[in-house]
Design a protein around this ligand. Structure first.
Ligand code: AMP
Ligand code: MG
Length: 464
């Protein structure tokens, strides 16, 4: 059962998330909803539960992990299907280990904003309905205050949920879990000759595609442990995540990840590694090592095809040509050498006009080495002419896939600091901006700006 928090208050709610479960966000500030979504009042038909899982953390087997602070309330039907509602930070569970079962306001706001920002970017993700807070103190590096974020997903089952029963040597529980997941979320696979093998292959494919989406917006998860990998291929467990600013393929967003296991570039092979861990867990059910190995191989093509498709759209290319890979590689090298802001680059690239290089200034200004940019732009323009690209058309298409607004760390930080002083307006304003990441939003240009100097000292870690 959730453990009540003293005097809970409303912080923010997501209107699109509320619609998914037939609720109106305007109602959620009411004290009855605040009580329910803090865990202070358990609705009569709810049967709260915490689900056990284990996992590999930073490449090492870590044994049993959670749910140490997430409690499932139940599910609600909505226009896009059934959603589970889960309270994160609602108190201790049988799996809390050394933890206090709580989450702090800072990390809850980060998870809330990023879940909804990712959804608005069209990236598979768990959702966040609302955040509530309480002035109860929670000890982290410093004293902070408690919060609860209500998360939603069709399921929160993780790769680690399967690993748990595998390493406990409980084949019947493993089968029960796999059968539940197939029957409920992958019903088409039930008819496959080997449904468990089909499950592995489909989850591998979805994981690869999810990571292609991450790479295409410069999103870094920060803690891609197997207990944070969703069996539905959703981005799950937002902690020390980051959006790439100055482009660097080796960027590490998580201060705790000293070896860079989960750096931007490593996300792609680590996603594959995690699917291997899932395959190991499912092997007693699959009962065919060679077939499992073959199923895992879909990762490379699924990733490559999805990333290629997303990259073509980002570059405004409608056709595929032999030299596209080289053009993109040169572009990424140039972005790397010039520390070019990921989001601004693609957004401004959409404004390029094929026959007016003199209008390139805002884009060109992102580069220190202007002649190198000019040389690349000559190639890019040639490529656009090859498919008789029309400026206005391409601009519209590119702006629909290259966001203007992403959750930069400093934006989250500003909103968090205000919230910590009892002012939640900035969280709500930022959420509204991030709900329309592709739209020009007059008056909100500041949210698309480069990070200020003070933000270069910002560090995010696993502490949450
Ligand atoms: P994370 O790195 O946030 O995904 O956390 C790893 C595991 O530790 C999760 O499975 C959580 O259940 C657990 N955990 C993290 N923080 C706490 C906490 N404050 N209390 C209890 N369990 C926690
Ligand atoms: Mg986790």
């Amino acid at each position: 059962m959730p453990t009540p928090l003293p005097a809970p208050y409303f912080v923010a709610a997501s209107a699109p998330a509320a619609r998914l479960v037939g609720l109106d966000a305007a109602d959620l500030a009411h004290e009855d909803f605040v009580a329910v979504f803090t865990g202070n009042h358990v609705p009569p038909r709810s049967q709260p539960l915490a689900a056990v899982y284990s996992g590999h953390q930073f490449g090492h087997w870590a044994g049993q992990l959670g749910d140490g602070r997430a409690i499932l309330l139940g599910d609600l039907d909505g226009p896009e299907g059934r959603m589970e509602l889960q309270l994160k930070g609602a108190g201790m569970t049988p799996y809390s280990r050394m933890g206090d079962g709580r989450a702090v306001l800072r990390s809850s706001i980060r998870e809330f904003l990023c879940s909804e920002a990712m959804a608005a970017l069209g990236i598979p993700t768990t959702r966040a309905l609302m955040v509530t807070g309480s002035n109860k103190g929670v000890i982290r590096e410093t004293m902070e205050t408690a919060a609860v974020v209500t998360r939603m997903a069709p399921s929160f089952v993780r790769f680690g949920s399967f690993e748990h029963w595998r390493y406990r040597d409980k084949p019947e529980e493993l089968r029960t879990l796999a059968d539940y997941v197939i029957k409920t979320f992958y019903p088409d696979l039930a008819a496959a000759p080997n449904p468990y093998l089909a499950l592995l292959e489909e989850v591998t494919r979805r994981t690869a595609r999810m990571i292609a989406h991450w790479q295409s917006v410069g999103f870094m998860h920060g803690v891609m442990n197997t207990d944070n990998m969703s069996i539905l291929g959703l981005t799950l467990d937002y902690g020390p995540f980051g959006f790439m600013e100055a482009f660097d393929v080796d960027h590490i967003c998580n201060h705790t990840d000293q070896g860079g296991r989960y750096s931007y570039a490593n996300q792609v092979p680590v996603g594959h590694w995690n699917c291997y861990a899932l395959a190991n867990a499912l092997l007693p059910l699959i009962d065919d090592q060679e077939a499992a190995q073959a199923a895992l191989e879909v990762y490379v093509d699924a990733y490559g095809e999805k990333f290629d498709e997303l990259l073509h759209a980002k570059l405004g290319l409608k056709t595929t040509q032999e030299n596209d890979r080289a053009l993109a590689d040169d572009m990424f090298k140039l972005m790397q050498a010039n520390h070019v802001d990921f989001t601004l680059f693609f957004r401004r690239l959409g404004d390029l006009r094929v026959d007016e290089p003199e209008a390139d200034a805002p884009l060109r200004d992102l580069f220190l080495d202007r002649p190198a940019f000019d040389a690349w732009a000559v190639e890019y323009r040639a490529r656009l002419r090859q498919e008789m690209s029309v400026d206005a058309e391409r601009r519209l298409a590119m702006h629909a896939v290259n966001p203007k607004y992403v959750l930069r760390n400093y934006l989250a930080q500003v909103a968090i600091e205000k919230a910590q002083n009892g002012d939640f307006e900035e969280v709500r304003r930022l959420l509204a901006v991030l709900e329309r990441p592709f739209d020009e939003q007059p008056g909100h240009e500041a949210y698309a700006a480069l990070p200020p100097d003070w933000a270069s000292h910002l560090e995010v870690s696993c502490s949450s």
